[in-house]
Design a protein around this ligand. Sequence first.
Ligand code: CTP
Length: 407
Amino acid sequence: MNNLQGKHIVLGVTGSIAAYKAVDLASKLTQAGAVVDVIMSHGATEMVTPLSFQVITHRPVITQVFSPLAETEIGHVTLAKQADVFVIAPATAHVIARLALGLADDMITTTALATPAPMLIAPAMESHMFEHPATQQHLATLRARGAAVMQPGTGHLASGAQGVGRLPDPAAIVEAIRQLLGRGGDLHGRRVVITAGGTQEALDPVRYLTNHSSGKMGFRLAEAARDRGAEAVIITAPSAQPTPYGVRRVDVVTGLQMLDAVMAEIIEADALVMAAAVADYRPAQASTQKIKKSAEAMTLELTRNPDILKEVAAARAQSALLQNLVVVGFAAETENLLENGQKKLIEKNLDLVVANPVPESFAGDESQATFIYRDQPLKPFALQPKSQVADRVWDVVAARLRASIQR
Ligand code: CTP
């Protein structure tokens, strides 16, 4: 689900040198289907022209409080009412102070006072200004009032110095907006644990056994859960996927490490979705030194890794705390997809199995899933983006969680 589609985003741009990056932000939001109304402070107009935003958003850009246009169809009161999220990016130390004080001396601060929409602040400034107690106190005040404040990036600043104060990446700002829009979604207040990636089982310090899992399905699941209001934790084997904004990432390497992490994280969780491709076997003995070649052939001795889902099933049978945990497994198969999926549903005591043919579903961005339920006929889906498969999984989990409350 793209929760930006049709949403009204009011984007306040203030006079930081990073204002040019807000053009990219406006573009990303517009491309995702949001309606973006930009309000520029006087300082911002010195950095970027209003025309840049207008071309990108196909909407008039507001630069002053009492322009004739602003007082008709897109005046501050109208905008304030229409906004689903009010974003200030980049936010200078000056606008942060004015917002904290509740001043209403330009279109951005006036709209901020008038809107009931959640507010997102993406600060950008020189590091001493960001770290100054005045700025920190103002940000604390804004947080206490419910605003979401992003941590600025660290690195090269416009002053030439290195430090904290860079505008967060526009892609991360988009994700933070998606998270805000998801507040109050059907997974609100739920804690969900997702596993991702293919575990690596070391043979020696330079070699390991692994598989082709990209981790994409797990990361799409984490993003989709976040965008429906959940607190999402992703336990991931090595994967090139970047950590989604607002998702807690636990890095592991081996199947045994993943087992420990899953057991620790499910204690207070509402759902576990095991999208990881866990190695079924690991080398019986990992050599501490690099294995040197000698004979023409070599035999590896492997030991079974624990089956994490079976361990979870055993723990659920023992612990009242885990009784209501909804558990979803994946079945990646080259043959007998549905029979094997059904077997896993029963043997691992799952609420849902997402069966995928491999290699088609392994590394790409799309997957052709069939859902195998305990109490309903199976449901095949057409090939679709993994982000959509993720939303269908959360539909099932959310329904299960609702049902367990009613029980
Ligand atoms: N799984 C697990 N622990 C393992 C292996 C797999 O928890 N040691 C989980 C996977 O994350 C997935 C499900 O079990 O959700 C099915 O994984 P899959 O690799 O398809 O099947 P296996 O159970 O390993 O069985 P087989 O390899 O015989 O098909």
